[in-house]
Design a protein around this ligand. Structure first.
Ligand SMILES: Cc1cc2nc3c(=O)[nH]c(=O)nc-3n(C[C@H](O)[C@H](O)[C@H](O)COP(=O)(O)OP(=O)(O)OC[C@H]3O[C@@H](n4cnc5c(N)ncnc54)[C@H](O)[C@@H]3O)c2cc1C
Length: 463
């Protein structure tokens, strides 16, 4: 007997995973609703990607002071007020959150304000009182800053990324535990606005997600900016005092410490799986994340999970794509089973930027692949010289015989925009020779991509 459900799909969480899934469902004629306990847009729009990029943009403008000085223009920064930077970041976040609310309304997706728990494969309970039934459920509850017991957040001296984004005044000395994307972006911001920054990273390099060569270039740049970096440094504890915090760590077998006004703990994020009713509903967790298989289906046939709450890279665009694929599968469309791991771009928006996708050189080596690389420096690109953005490089990895693109990593101005041409080439199964043969407008930074591809083909013109 066919059961009647209130909705085709009920989605828990209106972040990039949930709200995009809801709109895609509406486009496909599925009746859906999204349940959100806070603001629509999730962490990304409200306390992640968007406010951080709004602040980074202003940090970059602030750092142009030296270039203006070269032109004889002295900027008097004595009245600089970080609160106006904060305000602009909130305006951007609010505007986009309202934009998402508008889009959901336009697509006739009702947003239910409340905290949802799953009761069984077709039922949710909202705020422990109101029930709701749906043929399918998508869990898109996202993640929260990972908290380490030895460095528990007090939200004053030991803070999370969210606390940092809520600051109206910047601290003078900041210690950042973790040299991943979030830590690096805050290091860039704080340094640009004049704070003293020390990064303490457990691994032997910054930004482990990227290629080692690119990571090395990034390290040099951070050192040039006078950001102190301790690598292979294991944090062992911290001591709080009335006006700051001392981080204790071991580096090269020796005990060391650094003192700051604030310790930003940026050591990753934890999936929001607690208090969701998962256990009662019989949903399996894997390494703390909701376990999913093809089409992001959990072990319950009608329940899906997408975004930061599952064990895939914590990226907003990936969360959205997973949401789309799950909905398309529910609709019965022929859609990829999962996003291919080598087609996921990443970006770090410090300046110079870092972006990439696919294999790093170390991964190609570890897999025993017969690969080749082409590395082209920004300093040989006309536009880079004209704009003074010569510090950077494009690295392309490709199969030695078939020339298939295996991965690409860019360090330098506009990297987060440039990467997409190479990714499109990979997705379209193009080869370096195709990029090499395509006319690129002059002068543009994109010429660096053409020249990298030509380097792979053995005929780069400008090097
Ligand atoms: C400082 C910072 C900068 C970042 N910058 C970038 C970047 O530049 N690029 C990038 O790709 N990624 C970035 N990220 C990561 C990105 O924000 C996440 O990958 C993305 O938000 C994940 O989307 P999501 O929908 O899975 O989860 P979230 O955005 O976390 O959304 C989940 C939503 O679910 C709601 N929710 C949770 N539980 C319940 C419940 N039981 N009932 C109802 N509602 C619930 C939450 O309130 C939230 O709104 C950044 C993150 C941070 C912290």
């Amino acid at each position: 007997m066919a059961e009647n459900y209130e909705y085709d799909i009920a989605i828990v969480g209106a972040g990039p995973a949930g709200y995009v899934a809801a709109i895609r469902a509406a486009q496909l004629g599925l009746k859906s609703t999204v349940i959100e306990k806070d603001e629509v847009g999730g962490i990304c729009l409200n306390w992640g990607c968007i406010p951080s990029k709004a602040i980074i943009h202003q940090a970059r403008i602030f750092s142009y002071r030296d270039e203006l000085l070269d032109m004889g223009v002295k900027v008097d920064a004595s009245a600089f007020d970080y609160e106006s930077v904060y305000n602009k970041s909130r305006t951007a976040a609010d505007r986009l959150s309202k934009g998402v609310a508008y889009l959901l309304k336009k697509n006739k997706v009702p947003v239910i304000k409340g905290y949802a728990k799953i009761q069984d494969k077709n039922r949710l309970l909202i705020d422990d009182s109101k029930g709701l039934s749906a043929r399918n459920i998508i869990l898109a509850t996202g993640s929260a800053p990972r908290e380490l017991p030895a460095f528990a957040f007090d939200h004053k001296h030991i803070v999370s990324s969210r606390d940092m984004l809520a600051l109206k005044k910047l601290p003078g000395r900041v210690i950042i535990l973790g040299g991943g994307a979030i830590g690096l972006e805050f290091a860039y911001i704080l340094n640009a606005f004049g704070s003293e920054v020390t990064i303490v990273e457990m691994l032997d390099r910054l930004l482990p997600v990227t290629d080692k060569e690119i990571s090395g270039a990034l390290l040099q740049d951070y050192k040039k900016k006078k950001i102190k970096v301790h690598l292979s440094a294991k944090a062992t504890g911290c001591k709080k005092s009335a006006n700051g915090v001392e981080l204790l760590f071991e580096e090269g077998g020796k005990a060391s410490s650094v003192t700051g006004d604030v310790l930003l703990v940026a050591v990753g994020r934890s999936p929001n799986t607690a208090n969701l009713g998962l256990e009662q509903a019989g949903i399996t967790l894997e390494k703390g994340f909701i376990g999913t298989g093809d089409y992001y289906r959990t072990n319950l046939d009608s329940v899906f999970a997408v975004g930061d709450v599952i064990d895939t890279p914590l990226l907003a665009h990936l969360a959205s794509k997973e949401g789309e694929l799950a909905v398309e599968a529910i609709k019965g469309l022929s859609t990829p089973k999962r996003v291919k791991s080598d087609e996921i771009p990443y970006g770090v928006y410090c300046e110079p930027q870092v972006a990439g996708f696919g294999l790093t050189e170390e991964q190609a080596q570890a897999q025993g692949l017969d690969y080749k690389k082409a590395v082209f420096p920004y300093r040989a690109v006309g536009k880079a010289v004209a704009t003074g953005e010569i510090y950077g490089q494009v690295k392309l990895l490709y199969h030695a015989q078939s020339k298939e693109i295996l991965g690409a990593h860019i360090f330098g101005a506009d990297a987060t925009e440039l990467i997409h041409e190479l990714l499109l080439a990979k997705k379209g199964e193009l080869l370096p020779e195709d990029i090499a043969a395509m006319i690129h407008a002059h002068p543009t930074m994109s010429e660096a991509l053409m020249e990298t591809a030509r380097l792979a083909e053995g005929w780069a013109i400008h090097i």
